[in-house]
Design a protein around this ligand. Structure first.
Ligand code: TMP
Length: 205
């Protein structure tokens, strides 16, 4: 049995965690061992980096921010993701390098190719088998976050034009790699989205 690596991407409030949970439940019924994880913060070192990058009070330089995410990613892939895939597990992961290209590239306006290359260097070129992009317009996403009534982290607190650039960044990535991406309309009901994800994953099991 070979491992399968699925990442979920999209703006804050697009429903990634809900879809990750539904996919994990279904895979368990198929008899697969599932590792659910996320970036930033999927490892012990990553949890420390997550605290800095999401909750540090005061400015973090854009390049420093990109490097912190890349450091988290390097640790995550080498100590958690790769070993799981080698065991034959299914890894379901909230966010990966596409988030860096969208947020640090399109959002912070760093060079998209440099940001992507930094992550590829960090991980020895590792790319997921499937990336599900939950596409949602930023106004709807913001309304969901407001309804959740949790304090915003550093990225969530960014202005709406930042989140519009992030969304456009994700869509451009999906258009550039149609073989890896499954783009879904995240405004649709969760059960309907889950069925579309399952339809994409099932033939790969
Ligand atoms: P989340 O775990 O709640 O999705 O929060 C992670 C935040 O970090 C989210 O706002 C997106 C942002 N982020 C980046 O800016 N770059 C990255 O490479 C990753 C993985 C996340």
């Amino acid at each position: 049995m070979t491992g399968l690596w699925v990442t979920l991407e999209g703006g804050d409030g697009s429903g990634k965690s809900t879809q990750a949970a539904l996919l994990a439940d279904w895979l368990a019924t198929q008899g697969r061992t599932v590792v659910r994880t996320r970036e930033p913060g999927g490892t012990e070192v990553g949890a420390l980096l997550r605290e800095i990058v999401l909750h540090h009070r005061g400015e973090i330089d854009s390049r420093a921010e990109a490097l912190l995410y890349a450091a988290d990613r390097a640790q995550h892939v080498s100590t958690l993701v790769r070993p799981a895939l080698e065991r034959g597990d299914v890894v379901i992961q909230d966010r990966y390098l596409d988030s860096s290209v969208a947020y640090q590239g399109a959002g912070r306006v760093l060079d998209a190719v440099e940001v992507r290359d930094l992550s590829l260097w960090a991980t020895g070129g590792a790319l997921p088998d499937v990336t599900v992009l939950l596409d949602l317009d930023p106004a709807t996403a913001r309304a969901r976050l407001d309804a959740a009534d949790k304090p915003f982290d550093r990225l969530e607190a960014e202005a709406s034009d930042f989140h519009s650039r992030v969304r456009d960044g994700f869509l451009a990535l999906a258009a550039a790699e149609p073989g890896r991406f499954l783009v879904l309309d995240a405004a649709r009901p969760a059960a309907e989205l889950a069925a579309q994800v399952r339809a994409r994953i099932a033939p790969l099991l």
